[in-house]
Design a protein around this ligand. Structure first.
Ligand code: FAD
Length: 392
């Protein structure tokens, strides 16, 4: 998402761009296989200073206008509706604290949108966020592990068709040259100040020299940064998360997330796609080295079948309507990496993963390394990166 959007932003500004991807096609990683939550910050209720919400809201507001400009169509048909946040009994914040937090985030989002004159994918009036009555709660969940529910104005988008449309846009832009199957290993700054990319496979040998290099490699980013002596600013983690993706008749299934901690989500998008995730089942690998532990993250038909059955069983205990989609033949397990400044277990309130405000760009003489942090802010970071390079 970050690489493709940056390429499109630069091409729009008249620049020639070389886009390099290690896989056999663009956008086959985290940006294709995620939940598509366009974060306003509600998930980060343990961050009582609201630092995460403050940093994520501008990117959330920019998401639709920028992506719509790239793909040439509105995103409304790809959104979820009536999203609910369900407070788990073992949440790291209690229901009253969450209610207070959600109200503050709702006001912040509404104020920032009004100040900037920007629109989100749903109504940002603070009154839209409200606690569900017990009968409304009972319509969504049967679990006594859920102590409260909230109707929220945060939406998610269907990431698979958006990925396809973005790839089509970048592939049809004559100013962008795409190399796939080309694995970047290191960067070297030449005596003339230009940079050489050392890559293996594909057309690695023919890449030539570059005036500017943007490292948008997500889980691969720290290892390549390190070849120029750039290290993460604080302790970090790589986690590989798998989830279930599909489409089909799921009219009864809600769009709901269990918060705040290592729980799960069920999502139903307007385009008919669905997303199911149970965090403890889908967390396949975790590491704290420069390279992620790729060998632990491999998916196989047997592993996928196990993830699918265990995640559906766990989610059905909360959302009975999930049982109706369990036999849907379109369901597939896919996953992606999550890189974050922060470590620890989501079950622990003190984990530094409960805030996500420490991300950004490292700029060093034509080398720009960007920590995407979230799908929802990637288009906004891409636009900022292009402005930095071109000056507008
Ligand atoms: C299950 C799951 C759910 C998530 N839910 C949300 C959510 O609801 N909302 C949200 O905002 N975020 C969410 N995220 C996080 C989000 O997906 C990521 O922050 C975002 O997609 C990262 O975008 P990116 O473009 O930086 O990375 P990617 O989409 O992973 O792109 C990086 C690309 O670089 C390539 N690459 C890596 N190393 C190299 C190398 N050395 N050489 C060549 N190519 C290389 C990869 O193959 C990949 O194609 C979720 C993530 C997961 C896994």
């Amino acid at each position: 998402m970050l690489g493709v959007c940056t390429a499109l932003e630069l091409a729009r500004r008249g620049q020639g761009v070389t886009l390099i991807e290690g896989c056999s096609d663009l956008m086959q990683g985290a940006s294709r296989w995620n939940e598509g939550k366009i974060h306003l910050g509600y998930l980060y209720a343990a961050d009582t200073e609201l630092s995460t919400a403050e940093r994520l809201i501008p990117g959330a507001l920019a998401f639709a206008p920028l992506v719509e400009r790239h793909i040439g169509r509105a995103l409304d048909d790809f959104c979820t509706t009536d999203d609910a946040f369900m407070l788990h009994r073992q949440s790291v914040v209690d229901a009253d604290a969450f209610a207070l937090y959600a109200g503050r985030v709702a006001r912040m989002a509404s104020e920032v949108a009004a100040r900037r004159g920007e629109r989100y994918l749903s109504d940002l009036s603070p009154g839209f966020v409200r606690r569900l009555s017990s009968s409304e709660l009972a319509q969504i969940t049967c679990s006594d592990q859920v102590v409260a529910g909230f109707r929220m104005n945060e939406v998610s988008v269907s990431t698979v068709p958006i990925a396809d449309l973005l790839v089509a846009a970048v592939r049809s832009d004559p100013r962008v040259q795409v190399y796939v199957n080309t694995w970047v290993e290191s960067i070297r700054r030449g005596d003339n100040g230009r940079m050489e990319i050392n890559a293996r496979g594909g057309s690695g040998g023919e890449l030539g020299e570059f005036d500017v290099v943007v490292n948008a490699l997500w889980e691969g980013r720290p290892a390549v940064d390190a070849t120029l002596g750039i290290m993460p600013e604080a302790a970090w983690s790589h986690r590989f998360r798998a989830a279930i993706f599909g489409c089909g008749d799921a009219a009864e299934m809600p769009s709901a997330v269990l918060v705040t901690g290592p729980f799960g989500d069920v999502k139903r998008y307007r385009d008919g796609r669905i997303y199911l995730s149970w965090y403890p089942v889908g967390l396949l690998a975790e590491g704290h080295e420069l390279e992620p532990p790729r060998q632990d993250a491999r998916l196989s038909p047997e592993r996928n079948a196990q993830i699918q059955s265990e995640a559906i069983a766990a989610l059905t205990a909360y959302f009975p309507a999930v049982a109706a989609v369990a036999a849907n033949p379109s369901l597939e397990v896919h996953g992606g990496w999550v890189y974050a400044i922060g470590q620890g277990s989501l079950a622990d309130r003190a984990s530094t993963l409960h805030r996500r405000d420490r991300f950004g760009m490292t700029v060093d003489r034509g080398y720009i390394s960007v920590d995407t942090a979230k799908y929802s802010i990637a288009p906004w970071l891409a636009e900022r990166t292009a402005r930095l390079i071109v000056g507008w």
